[in-house]
Design a binder for this molecule. Sequence first.
Ligand code: DOR
Length: 449
Amino acid sequence: MNVILRGLRVIDPLQGIDRSGQDVWLRDGRIVAIDRRVNANGVPVLDLAPPPGQSERVLCPGFIDLHAHLREPGEEKKETVNSGADAAAAGGFTQVVAMANTKPPVDSVARVGQARVRAARARVRVLVAAALTRALRGTQLVDIAGCATAGAACFSDDGRNSMSEHVLTEGLRAAARTGRPVLVHPEDEAMIAASNPDMPSVVRCPERPVEAEVAAVTSALRALEAAGTGHLHLQHVSATPSVDLIRQAKERGLQVTAEVTPHHLSMWQPFEEEPDPVSLRKVNPPLRSELDRAAMVHALRDGVIDAVATDHAPHTAEDKVGDYADAAPGMIGLETALSTCLSIGGMGGDWMPLLVARMVAGPYAVLGEGCGLRRPHLGVGDPANCTLFDPDATWTIGGRPFRSLSSNTPLHGFELRGRVLLTLVDGGVAYLETQESPAAGVVEAFGER
Ligand code: DOR
């Protein structure tokens, strides 16, 4: 690879850079130069300047996903670390945090070690979240210091929230001693169980009231206050009152951060036209009202919510057919995150640079280098870890196979705007859009592997 990409918009949130009309010279996987005009004798130039009236193609540091379910070990039919990493690369992500609710869960030092071995083979950088409590049962903390030493990036029982406030307080204190945050899935399980009297599994319960989220956010913030230390990160916030609680907690100086998913930014119930099967829209926490959706968009824009995180939750077709109440919750999101946020998630147009910030700098601020993330930036001289995307190019979701082994998304058949053309990880091509690439020449320039 030795090519000058001409006419790009370069966005690097951590360096405060947003410049149009840039040349980017890539040689042997490294960024050699970024400037208004790069002249290098004999180096081929690939002109990516857009047709009149269209937005420039964007080059930015690779996106970071704080929240993906990669299902290995135990549910390799749904996803493996490798297939999940491929899906991540196709979505422009170069770093992904894998959740701990695998089968068995990542809840011991040995399992963190095994998960890290699997992660090391992946096409993108996969960080390992350890569970906060053994078997995600909420009673006994994992060996937090040991798991951190073994390389856990953070602690999370995501998918479940069965611990008492006291256990969370102790967990926050122990995690603080390792410099790691605790990521909490804020849904009060007792309230959910009470709303679904005949359901044996709290995970699959269909009735999940706003009050259950509000109670869990309130309780988690109280635990943080009681701990007197620590970093609480609230996952997939979905309800308007949660935003107010987070805002107030930040104003009080608590170390709390939050994420929102592309689906909670873009979808609400009732659906105009239900997906088929209808449980493709079943997700925890559930899609809420249009007002809640708007509140999530505003909270992301004004920074009360720090980051976009996919909650990529692959499930088999069998898991999604049949009774809504029995179906598994979750939808895939890695490959559709950018376009969902840009076209239907309130973050397109002039909001696009801020979206990039919330997918790059936001997640980095939540975890940081201390937890194993690499600083996302376009460093001249460094191996390229970056994403090239076309904010205007459209594609049909499901029009071609997903990289993910699963395809559970209610967006099937939707035409969305925003297409990832190229993802480079450590200077190597992790993803290249080869079909109908809207930017002629990219395939030729990067096709050789
Ligand atoms: O819908 C969801 N599915 N939400 C979660 O928090 C967990 C996830 C899963 O693991 O399937």
